[in-house]
Write a protein that binds this ligand. Structure first.
Ligand code: COA
Length: 380
């Protein structure tokens, strides 16, 4: 029996071995199965990255074709799911909808508990693909518009934009959206991925694991920072107010959203790619307002932190909200889009957990009352 240790929030605790993701926080490097995030962003797309995560290797041409066809054929939502999306309480958050839809999908396909450590494509792809369609449909219904049938000739990201807007995005927008999904697909033992693995370790279904992971991502300490970064841009309003805003925020000991990271002590490599997208999209759309504001926020923040000897850099959320905004995506969809992408990573971890399973069962340090005598109702 190992010696008992206590680490609040499991900080610094190694809970399992994993071959999926490597993060080098000091150097600002991120790899999925050994492939750098820069190469994945440049050469891959969300479907191929999903294949890589699920099977642990890159597909050859035939494998990719079959996998891509399967993914694209799973895009359309059944009438029962559409009814659920349409009739979901109007004030509910779309993350609550996603969590419920995943559970419903499980029952709808009469899924039986299936503990296989290999990828069961029908079930796994069902979830990966349909989350995007559900988010797009929810947004359409919210705007009192009709559901848009998916297209099979578009990438996963471009099809999502098409289903949400009802118009095909241009090639660059489609590429940006799809690559944003690649960038968010995996990130080691974060809270939602760990949640998925804990549920998987009980030999529950992958649907229950994913639904629990969505619940974990919903919390503002995990998903949601990009939404707050975009809200900050809106509050600042124009670039000439940005420096004062940051100085005031720091004087008031307020957090500047999208800056800093628990793991990265150099610039988050995903933020570098996001920034390139934001710069280019801003130019193409002749709207540099958000980008200009963010660059001043970044510079002012970093100058202030460097004065204190604390180099702190932007994380992926700093620029991604403004990218989504330029793609016409409302803030409330930012966290659901994170789920649309991260579901591939969650599934990869569920399958890995099943390959060498051990039930997660940490202990707590009891700090409650020592054993005491029962007090009858009359004497309390
Ligand atoms: N705004 C203001 N101050 C910040 C900051 C931010 N975004 N990020 C870090 N700091 C401060 C910390 O409060 C700490 O100050 P202190 O030394 O006076 O206590 C110092 O800089 C060093 O912080 P560090 O240890 O590097 O970071 P952390 O591990 O404590 O925090 C985060 C990491 C992500 C929680 C933090 O950077 C943060 O809250 N960022 C904003 C939220 C966000 O973008 N989250 C998404 C993460 S992907």
């Amino acid at each position: 029996m190992a010696e008992t240790t206590y680490a609040k929030g499991l900080e610094g605790v190694v809970a399992a071995e994993s071959e999926i993701c490597r993060i080098d926080g000091e150097q600002g490097k991120l790899y999925y199965l050994g492939y750098s995030i820069e190469d994945l962003a440049r050469y891959s797309d969300f479907e191929e990255t999903t294949y890589l995560l699920l099977y642990g290797r890159l597909p050859n041409r035939d494998e990719m074709e079959i996998f891509s066809k399967r993914m694209r054929a799973s895009r359309d939502l059944a009438p029962e799911i559409l009814d659920m999306v349409r009739n979901f309480p109007k004030d509910a958050h779309p993350m609550e909808l996603l969590q419920s839809v995943i559970s419903y999908l499980s029952g709808y396909i009469q899924h039986r508990i299936q503990h296989s450590a290999t990828c069961n494509c029908r079930d796994t792809l069902h979830q990966v693909v349909q989350l995007a369609s559900v988010v797009a449909a929810w947004q359409r219904f919210r705007e009192s518009k009709d559901y848009i049938q998916p297209r099979q000739d578009l990438s996963h990201g471009a099809n999502f934009l098409y289903m949400m807007r009802g118009q095909e995005p241009d090639e660059y927008e489609g590429k940006v959206m799809d690559t944003c999904l690649v960038l968010h697909a995996e990130h080691g033992f974060n809270a939602s991925t760990f949640t998925a693995r804990v549920v998987a370790s009980t030999l529950s279904t992958c649907y229950s694991s994913i639904s629990a992971a969505i619940g974990s991502l919903y919390g503002s300490l995990h998903g949601g920072a990009n939404e707050k970064a975009m809200a900050m841009v809106e509050e600042i309003g124009s670039k000439d107010r940005a420096a004062d805003w940051v100085n005031r925020a720091l004087d008031n000991k307020q957090k500047v959203m999208g800056m800093g990271h628990r793991v990265y002590k150099a610039k988050d490599p995903r933020a570098i790619i996001m920034e390139e997208f934001l710069a280019e999209l801003s130019k193409r759309k002749a709207d540099t307002r958000s980008y200009d504001i963010l660059k001043i926020v970044e510079k002012t923040f970093r100058d202030r932190m460097e004065e204190k000897g604390k180099p702190i850099y932007p994380n992926v959320d700093f620029f991604s909200g403004a990218v989504y905004d330029l793609l016409g995506i409302p803030k409330i969809l930012f966290t659901p889009i994170f789920a649309v992408s991260r579901v591939s990573g969650w599934l990869a971890h569920i399958l890995e957990q099943r390959r060498d399973n051990r039930l997660y069962r940490p202990k707590s340090l009891y700090v409650g009352t020592q054993p005491r005598e029962w007090v009858t109702m009359e004497k309390r």
